[in-house]
Design a protein around this ligand. Sequence first.
Ligand code: NOJ
Length: 548
Amino acid sequence: MTTLPGAEWWRTAVIYQIYPRSFADLTGDGIGDLPGITAHLDDLVDLGVDAIWLSPFYRSPQKDAGYDVADYCDVDPLFGSLRDFDDMLAEAHRRGIRVIVDLVPNHSSDQHEWFQQALAAAPGSPERARYMFRDGKGAGGELPPNNWDSVFGGPAWTRIVEADGEPGQWYLHLFDTSQPDFDWTNPEVQGEFRRILRFWLDRGVDGFRVDVAHGLVKAEGLPDYAHPGHEVDAMGGQHGEVPFWGQEGVHEIYRDWHRLLAEYAGDRALCAEAWLPTVAQTALWVRPDEMHQAFNFNYLETGWDAAQLRAVIDESLAAYAAVGAPSTWVLSNHDVVRHASRLALTAENPQGHGIGPDSPGKPIPEVGLRRARAATTLMLALPGSAYLYQGEELGLPEVIDIPGEARQDPTWFRTDGERYGRDGCRVPIPWTADAPAYGFSATGESWLPQPAEWAALARDAQTADPASTLSLYRMLLSARRGRGLGAGAVEWLESAPGVLALRNATVTVFANLGEVPIRRPEGVVLIASGPLDGDFVPVDTTIWLVND
Ligand code: NOJ
């Protein structure tokens, strides 16, 4: 059924990100799978989410944990089969949970049939024209076509050996060498992705999270990038003009997809993963005829600071309202340091670098968790749609002490260990305190090692404890839904410096980000992110109050 404009589900939904390889492993090989998701859908109903987004489960050599897709229309045997997918989808829908899948259109795997055909074909052939092949610079073509760097470190170009055994052309890969970029000016590429969209829409998915949605189109002539000379966030946030991010041409692709989705009933939605310097720029991805949502990474990247948070909340509400889209809110995902650790870091930590044993400014765990709970309690009071990342409802911290030999993120390899990368937020999650791999897999296998302290954070250890992070998330989600906060509006209330006070519908939100406890306003405390001290709200604590 299609709803009236303005009432579509994605405008207010709380969407839970499942990172399939780390969610639940039913086969016991140490990698999560689709049947594992189906088996835990009731836990997600109990948590109170409206939808799930699944990171890639497609056929893939797994060089970038599945973001290197070899076949967009099949399930990798690691995760199960198309039948398992259909079962999972039907079971989710039966419980009223919508399902969003990940679409990776910027690049494929080098094992994709098209890339293998391109390698076997000659320069200038139609097979090569699906990707970004160019001749090198220098007398013998021995230099890369331009100076672009890969997001994962090192050059963004790799030279191939031609069929005659001689060094030949170069291909562009904004990410790993195993992830060649498509040429989106090529109608064949455009047509293929329309087919892929239809394949999943026909199966019944409710939408797509679109990977690197700001990167598909590159500046004409592939000019050198005038690097600002300081550390920049890997995925594109905080950059100025970059010839491979945020080019005007990408918008036409999303207008096309918007029309395609509109042919289907049920308010199917597109969500942009677009890392752009400002909220106003990101809002361009959700103009009325383009995508429906964009991740609010500007919010995610804002530190634990009352004035800055108020500014980004105001900016977001205004910028998205101006294009008729909801703002989204997000604090964690599979690419960033988990917010239970990030919010207590005391040194700069650019996105994608991660934290490890030798990182400066490591967080104090108690401070991180207290802030994370307060930050989530603030976030879930905001109108619009919110994204949660599996494990944050358990208060999981970033895992810092992963031994080098266990790390798997290509970033770690491409920078020779200079950047730890993203493994620390991808460790398989704990379900049962007293079970092998904390119930992640029956055999005790786990593709990344789980920390010894995680028994106390396991879901079953938190379920009956009213003070647990899991109970907090449950209460927040239930009150958010019951009181219609997703469709509400923010009215700021007067407050002391370091404090954020706002009203949304019947709820007054009071967040103390300052340095001293503050007396709370009148009202009945509905939810508190941490223990209160009489009428005082301690630092790093958020409460919801009601007067009804
Ligand atoms: C963004 C994804 O979230 C990330 O995990 C991946 O490595 C890159 N895009 C490349 O696909």
